[in-house]
Design a protein around this ligand. Structure first.
Ligand code: COA
Length: 333
């Protein structure tokens, strides 16, 4: 079965919470300013959940992706959500989404790879589809990061937002007359470095049994911004170079680099190292902030809905973040 299958994205969707919070709004909560945030990060506003949950946003994004792909929920046989902010420890966000959508024939599970979560989920779906085990996957990235922020810590809380993005990924047999049986996902590369996990972390629930003396203290995201910046500007260009090599392509062959939306300066540094024009790096962080696993699929959906993607376009997608984790793919639209 291997190598006789093309896997391609046939539909995209996204969902952002209704509430928009500007930098100006945040300056009333913490000691910051629009000037500081926008000049250092490019972020101007973000959507923060009120009633929305990680699963409700993921389900909405998933429904829009299925509509775009023209498939029904019962056709999905694999449902994977990249998230670090599920509503429950168990059930998984993917099982919640399965229930909401009525994707009764799907096997559903979550992947924790922080800001690379959607890309790890996409690679997992790609491998399952390539092997012939499943045919139709719904791949999502969904986060309610606002619930793990310390809203007194101006160095982190201004950077993040909430939302969800989704893609339908389907298997097609190579060589068939169907026009979808060509192109698709051409190459993937991913990696992890657990030794540097503490530069961007959020402690989980602690042991709270009655024999333990220290009371449970909730923990929030903590980050060494400069270390994360260094990691991103070194690892991401290398990962992209590697995946381009695997696909037998060069930077100049790529129409768009759809990168995780952490910081405009990271995007600019990656563009410079790849010797690529910044116009090839679409941006959603200005109105979304960093939505971890949801950033890449939300941006992809925005591009798709604006008609920026044409059949045959070659694009690179890349996610990177906590873990540390990173993953890049080349695909032909
Ligand atoms: N508003 C105003 N001042 C702030 C602030 C805010 N929101 N956050 C931090 N500051 C202050 C600091 O307290 C510090 O003040 P001091 O010099 O008086 O001590 C000053 O700004 C500089 O802080 P520093 O952390 O050195 O800033 P920086 O230039 O490194 O920029 C980031 C901080 C976070 C923008 C930058 O490190 C970065 O982009 N890192 C990557 C983060 C990222 O993308 N993470 C997610 C990856 S998935």
């Amino acid at each position: 079965m291997k190598n006789s299958v093309i896997t391609r994205i046939t539909g995209t969707g996204s969902c952002l919470p209704e509430q928009i919070v500007t930098n100006e709004d945040l300056s009333k909560v913490v000691d910051t300013s629009d000037e500081w945030i926008s000049s250092r990060t490019g972020i101007r506003e973000r959507h923060l959940a009120k009633d929305e949950t990680t699963a409700s946003m993921a389900a909405e994004a998933g429904m829009r992706a299925m509509q775009d792909a023209g498939i029904g929920a019962e056709e999905v046989d694999l449902l994977i959500v990249g998230t670090i902010t599920g509503d429950y420890v168990t059930p998984s966000t993917s099982c919640e989404v399965q229930e909401i959508l009525g994707a009764v024939n799907a096997v559903a599970f979550d992947i924790n790879a922080a800001c690379a979560g959607f890309m790890f989920a996409l690679h997992t779906a790609h491998a399952y589809l390539q092997s012939g085990i499943y045919k139709t996957a719904l791949v999502l990235g969904a986060e309610t990061l606002s619930k793990i922020m310390d809203w007194k810590d101006r160095s982190t809380c201004v950077l993040f937002g909430d939302g969800a993005g989704a893609a339908v990924v389907r298997a097609f047999e190579k060589g068939k007359a169907e026009d979808k049986a060509a192109g698709g996902i051409l190459a993937f590369e991913q990696g992890s470095d657990g030794r540097k996990g503490k530069v961007l972390s959020c402690l989980g629930r602690r042991n709270n049994n009655p024999l333990i003396e220290n009371p449970f203290i909730p923990s929030y995201v903590s980050m060494n911004g400069q270390e994360v910046y260094k990691f991103a500007v070194n690892t991401v260009p290398a990962s992209i170079q590697k995946v381009l090599e695997l696909a037998g392509l060069e930077t100049g062959d790529i129409k768009y680099f759809v990168l995780h939306q952490a910081n405009i300066r990271i995007l600019q540094a990656v563009a410079k190292r790849l010797k690529a024009d910044m116009e090839k790096f679409p941006v959603s962080l200005d109105h979304c902030g960093n939505i971890s696993a949801a950033s890449v699929p939300i941006l992809l959906d925005e591009m798709n809905r604006k008609g920026m993607l044409e059949k045959g376009d070659k694009i690179v997608m890349s996610g990177f973040g906590g873990g540390l984790t990173w993953a890049s793919a080349v695909l032909e639209w």
